[in-house]
Design a protein. Structure first.
Length: 326
């Protein structure tokens, strides 16, 4: 079977809880932590409501591709536990191929606690669990050769070996949304992979962190680093063909080495939960490039439509649109 997209990375159960008791603190002096949510030390925090759903960057993206009408599969690792079974059953219900999911003995499946504040923004606390055990075998490489796109999300564990294997697959379109572990490792550790990336997806904070991890730019001031076009020019210079940077309520920007593209957000009818909006935009954008023969403007609009839908429902996957609704 020929696949359109194979996603690689995490699959989790997300336990989401809502509270209005946190205080938002502006922290502009720290370029990497410009907005914080704080709670009184030693206090007991009242939770308004909580939900359990499915998440993980690779999982959310695989479901997104499948709902948009593409043949999608996932490479991830889970534990031999009830949570792992639920994760697999969800993929089957969403028509995502599960044949390359690794089942790991003596490790629990990954899960996250997602705190949603009064402004509907969130903080995610992740437990990697079996996700740390993901490896790419020779059989997996043969599987990857039978797909149009490889889509990489956050990786943990022996992630450098995983990236080395993935990028050894020649003549494939690769979209990459690096996780915090890869971003914190810095430019020197991932530069060789950036050169082979077709579409690099980042949010603004990640873009800033990636830029200042390069010794040539570490002393740039906050005004320079908060300029999206500056970030684009530097990161595009690292070698990726297309760089996408999402910027929350300010929308998204794309640079292909020649032209800049900006798209404002679509005002959502209701704002319930921002969990998974990055995955929704990034995967929808890449799906649009495939469907519309590289048309960046159309692809950005698909991303924003899906984002507006996801943010209006609880969880990272519940609001993902199907093809006919796009």
């Amino acid at each position: 079977m020929k696949y359109d997209f194979i996603t690689i990375g995490g699959a989790t159960e997300d336990i989401t809880f809502y509270t209005d008791e946190g205080a938002v603190i502006k922290n502009k002096k720290d370029i990497l932590r410009q907005s914080l949510i704080a709670f009184e030390r030693g206090s007991k925090i009242y939770i308004d409501k909580s939900f359990s759903s499915f998440g993980g960057g690779a999982a959310n993206s695989a479901v997104s591709f499948s709902r948009l009408g593409f043949r999608a599969g996932i490479m991830t690792s889970i534990g031999l536990d009830v949570r792992g079974k639920s994760i697999v059953n969800n993929f089957k219900n969403q028509k995502v191929d599960v044949s390359k999911i690794k089942k790991i003995k003596n490790r629990d499946s990954a899960f996250s606690f997602v705190l949603v504040g009064k402004d509907k923004e969130r903080i995610t606390f992740s437990v990697r669990g079996a996700g740390d055990e993901l490896q790419i075998t020779n059989a997996d490489l043969r599987f990857l050769k039978n797909t149009k796109w490889i889509y990489i999300s956050s990786l943990s564990g022996a992630w450098q070996g995983v990236l080395r294997q993935i990028f050894s697959v020649s003549q494939k379109k690769i979209a990459w949304n690096p996780g915090s572990t890869q971003i914190k490792a810095g430019f020197d550790k991932i530069a060789k992979y950036l050169k082979k990336t077709t579409v690099l997806c980042l949010n603004k904070d990640e873009a800033i962190e990636l830029v200042i991890s390069n010794k040539n730019y570490k002393n740039k001031d906050n005004r320079f680093l908060n300029n999206i076009r500056n970030l684009h020019k530097i990161i595009n210079g690292y070698g990726s063909e297309i760089v996408l940077i999402t910027n929350g309520k300010k929308g998204a920007d794309v640079f292909d080495g020649e032209c800049f593209y900006h798209q404002n957000i679509i005002k959502e009818k209701k704002r319930i939960d921002a969990t998974g909006v990055g995955d929704a935009f990034n995967s929808s954008f890449v799906a649009g490039l495939e469907r519309y023969n590289g048309d960046i403007k159309k692809s950005m609009k698909i991303g924003l439509k899906n984002t507006a839908s996801v943010i209006g429902q609880q969880g990272a996957q519940n609001g993902l649109l199907i093809k006919k609704n796009i």
